[in-house]
Design a protein around this ligand. Structure first.
Ligand code: LER
Ligand code: MN
Length: 285
């Protein structure tokens, strides 16, 4: 049985976190993915709400902008980025969250500001330092690959595996996001299978970043692959507005469909496919 969560990015700033938690309970979710803005949460209050609605925090979606670029040529900017990841790790430990998302470059950085190899080296150093810190709090980091319109660098899971091997820390893994994978991978299910135990988190959205079922990704092979690798993380729906800069759109309200409509559609659609998958496996026995 897969565990399901929903990325609160589209709710964030539009409603109180208590309303988000109530919505996720109503539609049968196991957990919430919180937004990596530690100053925006009172973690004690969040824990009380989570307890009373029977939800966990699956993960934290960190926000990497120009001020949080782990690969920036300026040392002071890299320091700010590493300190930011540490602050998200602190928040994670306060809400019992096992994994936080890390991407080595700012969102929208589609070409390097310095030599690519130097940027990689700086990012590796920063990720290692943040991982050492997070390990003491029992928090894992997962490296998320983004499509080419959001980053020049980490676009596919094989590249994330490679970066993970170079970082070489036992509390760092990788994650996929089917929206990005649909653009960059040869085959989504194969990429999941090849990631094996290193895949510790995943975002699901359809090809147009709407709720699964609204675009043209075939999610059944992806679920089969997750089942084959005995995936233990959550399936987290990250449904975002149709913009190369979804954050600026969301600041003005992403759209009413992201609340009840997509929250319900996402889990209903994938749970149906999950049942189909188990029936197929049962028939094969
Ligand atoms: C964050 O999880 C992500 O996938 C980025 O594309 C945000 O724009
Ligand atoms: Mn994502």
């Amino acid at each position: 049985m897969f565990k399901y969560s929903f990325d609160a990015l589209v709710y964030h700033g539009q409603e109180d976190v208590s309303d988000s938690i109530k919505r996720l309970e109503k539609y049968g979710y196991d957990a919430i993915e919180l937004v990596g803005e530690p100053d925006d949460y009172n973690t004690k209050e969040v824990n009380t709400l989570l307890d009373s609605h029977g939800l966990n925090v699956s993960s934290i979606c960190s926000i990497y902008n120009a001020k949080r670029d782990l690969a920036h040529p300026e040392a002071s900017k890299r320091r700010a980025a590493v300190d930011y990841v540490k602050s998200v790790a602190d928040m994670a430990s306060e809400v019992n969250c096992p994994v936080i998302i890390v991407t080595p470059t700012a969102n929208g950085k589609t070409s390097p500001l310095a030599n690519r190899e130097d940027e990689r080296k700086w990012a590796v150093e920063g990720i290692r330092e943040a991982a050492e810190y997070a390990r003491k709090q029992n928090v894992k980091l997962c490296l998320e690959a983004w499509n080419r319109y959001e980053t020049y660098w980490l676009n596919r899971l094989d590249q994330a595996l490679d970066l993970n091997a170079e970082v070489g820390m036992d509390n760092v893994g990788i994650m996929g996001d089917t929206f990005h994978m649909n653009i960059e991978e040869e085959n989504i299910a194969e990429a999941i299978r090849n990631s094996g135990n290193d895949l510790i988190h995943i975002h699901f959205a359809d090809s147009n970043r709407a709720a699964p079922g609204i675009g043209h990704i075939d999610f059944l092979p992806a679920l089969k692959a997750l089942n084959e690798i005995d995936y233990q993380g959550h399936i987290t729906f990250e449904i975002l507005p149709a913009s190369a800069d979804p954050f600026s759109v969301m600041r003005q309200g992403g759209g009413s469909e992201f609340f009840d409509e997509y929250t319900k559609k996402s889990i209903d659609y994938i749970k149906d496919l999950e049942s189909k998958l188990y029936k197929e496996l049962e028939l094969k026995r």
